[in-house]
Ligand binder design. Structure first.
Ligand code: HPA
Length: 269
């Protein structure tokens, strides 16, 4: 997707939302679409009605962009994201993040489901993503879009330390248990073999997933502060097989706690 296409889509959206300027972008992952209920909706655009937008194909993923306020702060939320395993190019997977940046967002909140590989994690835990290991093709491969950011972006503090500290304080106050860890992003769509989960653990991972990393890399290319959170929907190193239904169910169960946390973080932006 070219810079021209990104600009055109942003201009279309700005016109369709009468110049609504979101302060924060939110990517609602598996089972966490319920957070949309926390948004006082001003505008809602189906992906299929937005020129240039890919359309999500995974069951349980809605495809729309929601504009509104949460605790008085203006946000844009993606209900449904694009995964590399669906067959999209990395430029399509990350296209909405570029567009949201042009619309004005100043930080990005990302959620996902992942398989725990840290053996102290339990199903249903919330994990603050403190760092990631990218095992997918890098979305910045290709000519650099210099208007957006540098050729060789630095990845220190990829997940904003101040936002992590804020999440910790809020969770303490609200009595929400948090885990912290490194998210390993693979392509999927297979869940990992037992040997692969052991490998992910050996290289420093705490949870395995199939999303998030491309969007975060592109957000960091544009210097957007990022906060990421994972719902641990299964434990990779246990004997239980991975199951998409379980992932959805655990996602919904954890969604409420995560919603409280996200809402408070947005309130105090
Ligand atoms: N692996 C990869 N992605 C996932 C998993 C997993 O175990 N669980 C939820 N998403």
């Amino acid at each position: 997707m070219s810079q021209q296409e990104i600009k055109r889509t942003a201009e279309f959206i700005a016109a369709a939302t009468r110049g609504f300027t979101p302060e924060a972008g939110i990517i609602l992952g598996t089972g966490l679409g319920g957070f949309a209920d926390c948004i006082d909706v001003a505008y809602s655009l189906e992906y299929k009605d937005i020129p240039g937008f890919p359309v999500s194909t995974v069951e349980g993923h809605k495809g729309r962009l929601i504009f509104g306020t949460v605790e008085g702060r203006r946000v844009v939320a993606m209900q449904g994201r694009f995964h590399y395993y669906e067959g999209y190019a990395m430029s399509q997977v990350t296209f909405p993040v570029r567009v949201m940046k042009l619309l004005g967002i100043r930080c990005l909140f990302v959620s996902n489901a992942s398989g725990g590989i840290n053996t102290s994690f339990r199903t249903g835990d919330l994990m603050v993503i403190t760092d990631h290991i990218n095992l997918m093709p890098n979305p910045l491969i290709g000519p650099n879009m210099a208007e957006f950011g540098p050729r060789f972006p630095d990845m220190h503090g990829c997940y904003d330390p101040q936002l992590i500290a804020r999440a910790t304080a809020i969770a303490e106050r609200e009595g929400i248990k948090l885990q912290y860890g490194v998210y390993v992003g693979g392509t999927g769509p297979t869940f990992e073999t037992q040997a692969e989960y052991r490998y992910f653990k050996a290289i420093g991972g705490d949870a395995a997933g199939m999303s998030t990393v491309p969007e975060v890399i592109v957000a960091r290319h544009m210097s957007l502060p990022v906060f990421g959170m994972s719902v641990i929907t299964n434990c990779g190193l246990s004997d239980e097989p991975g199951d998409h239904e379980d992932v959805q169910r655990q996602g919904r169960k954890a969604g409420e706690r995560m919603g409280v946390l996200f809402r408070e973080m947005i309130r105090t932006l």
